[in-house]
Design a protein around this ligand. Structure first.
Ligand code: HEM
Length: 418
């Protein structure tokens, strides 16, 4: 009973998106959802999906309208206490004002472009040391490496672990947990859904226990980590609850992980699909920012988000009713031809490029400056340390998720600068 299984699933996000719908079930469709968006956009900017009983929003303008209008479209998708055993507090991603505003204000300072820019030398040093490790392992010989394992995964996770104040050595565990947080069901059979729900609940409990211990350790000392700052923070003379602290840590860990990995890998997919752009970039490294912006638009690491309608409202000529679920397809809005000329072309010099890969409005990605800085460091370091980078003929395995877009591994052939 699919409906029953869906009703029992803890987190709306895991089934919210079309990656689990009939339109996007195969490996090829997951790897290339863009023709589906094109077909949908030709039928309307807003469509009703009866399977999941929700609205799909594909148009750029409509997506922006919804994300801007947080009073009509709530982010409070996950009620307290859902999510299996335990009593999880929703993170800022799942909160509306006023609590969202209060919590976001607390964490904002740590993530301003200025605060993040101060990390640049450190991010470059981590990148260099990850590349040194590969050279050591391979003896500097030309050959195949997996970009995900070698750099795109460890870089963001080491950075966020250090910011938070958790041992980067635990990163294998983080990988397992954050993979699970974004995993969607491979199909809509009740067994598949029940299995995913059970694994997810177990993973979330492990993560909770892990951070519970970490918070305890930080309580004993005065430190300048993010966890230390959150423990010390007060809103109207009240500290954050333990549950709120844990949810913050879980969100930063998950959000700071998969997404940035997929941006780095996505950028290399684009560069290898467009050798002329790679050559231009080698000539002129300042193009890197355009490459990153265009990758965000073209292979958006987060393809969808969702909202719940709080009051009847019309969008794109359709009547949404209070309580309706809305899936906002950022990946489709980013290819809306009304806003982006030749939307299915990768054009790194595109200007303006107001993509919505980081969302829009009050939930606009907190980590955007950090993600871009990491991607920049990774791409530029690879270009300067590797004299040749080429694609390996392979069948790419897409991540199975309701909203995250990327591949599980990405083998490339590299030759090092002597
Ligand atoms: C929110 C995408 C990297 C932390 C969001 C949202 C999107 C997004 C689309 C808004 C979701 C919504 O409105 O429902 C991305 C992409 C990334 C990335 C594409 C990488 C390329 C990061 C990093 C961090 C981070 C590195 C932190 C270390 C957050 C947080 C929120 C958020 C905390 C919630 C903000 C709020 O609710 O006010 N991200 N993200 N993200 N992101 Fe990111």
């Amino acid at each position: 009973d699919v409906d029953g299984a869906l009703a029992n699933t803890s987190n709306a996000q895991h089934f919210m998106a079309g990656f689990v719908r009939t339109a996007l079930r195969t490996r090829e469709q997951r790897l290339n959802p863009f023709p589906w968006y094109r077909t949908c956009l030709s039928q309307g900017t807003v469509l009703r999906d009866e399977t999941s009983q929700s609205w799909d929003v594909f148009g750029y303008e409509e997506a922006q309208f919804i994300l801007r209008n947080h009073a009509h479209f709530s982010s409070e998708r996950t009620a307290r206490g859902q999510g299996g055993p335990g009593n999880y507090a929703p993170s800022i991603l799942n909160l509306d004002p006023p609590r969202h505003t209060q919590l976001r204000r607390l964490i904002n300072l740590a993530f301003t472009p200025k605060a993040i820019a101060a990390f640049q030398p450190h991010i470059e040093a981590i990148t260099a040391s990850l590349l040194d490790d590969i050279v050591k392992e391979t003896g500097g010989k030309a050959g195949e490496i997996d970009l995900v394992d070698a750099l795109a995964y460890p870089l963001p996770v080491i950075v966020i672990a250090e910011m938070l104040g958790v041992p980067a050595a635990d990163r294998e565990k983080f990988k397992r947990w954050s993979d699970l947080l974004v995993e969607g069901p491979a199909d809509l059979r009740a067994e598949t859904l029940a299995d995913l729900v059970a694994r997810r609940a177990a993973g979330r409990k492990e993560l909770d226990d892990y951070f519970r211990d970490i918070v305890d350790v930080h309580r004993q000392k005065d430190d300048n980590t993010l966890i230390g700052a959150l423990i010390a923070a007060q809103i109207e003379n009240e500290s954050l609850s333990l549950e709120e602290l844990i949810s913050f840590c879980v969100l930063l860990l998950a959000a700071g992980n998969e997404t940035t990995t997929n941006l780095i890998v996505g950028a290399w997919r684009c560069l290898l699909e467009h050798p002329e752009t790679m050559a231009m970039l080698r000539e002129n490294p300042a193009l890197v920012d355009g490459v990153i912006e265009e990758t965000l638009r073209y292979y958006s690491p987060v393809q969808a988000t969702s909202r719940i309608v709080t009051q009847d409202i019309e969008v794109g000529g359709q009547q949404f009713a209070k309580g309706d679920r809305v899936v906002v397809w950022l990946g489709a809005a980013n290819r809306d031809a009304r806003v982006f000329e030749d939307p299915d072309q990768f054009i790194p010099t595109r200007s303006p490029n107001h993509h919505m890969a980081f969302g829009h409005g009050i939930h606009f990605c907190l980590g955007a400056p950090l993600a871009k800085l990491e991607a920049r460091a990774a791409i530029l370091a690879m270009l300067s340390r590797m004299e040749d980078i080429s694609a390996v003929e392979t069948v790419l395995a897409p991540i199975v998720s309701g909203f995250v877009y990327g591949v599980k591994s990405f083998p490339i052939e590299v030759a090092w600068v002597a």
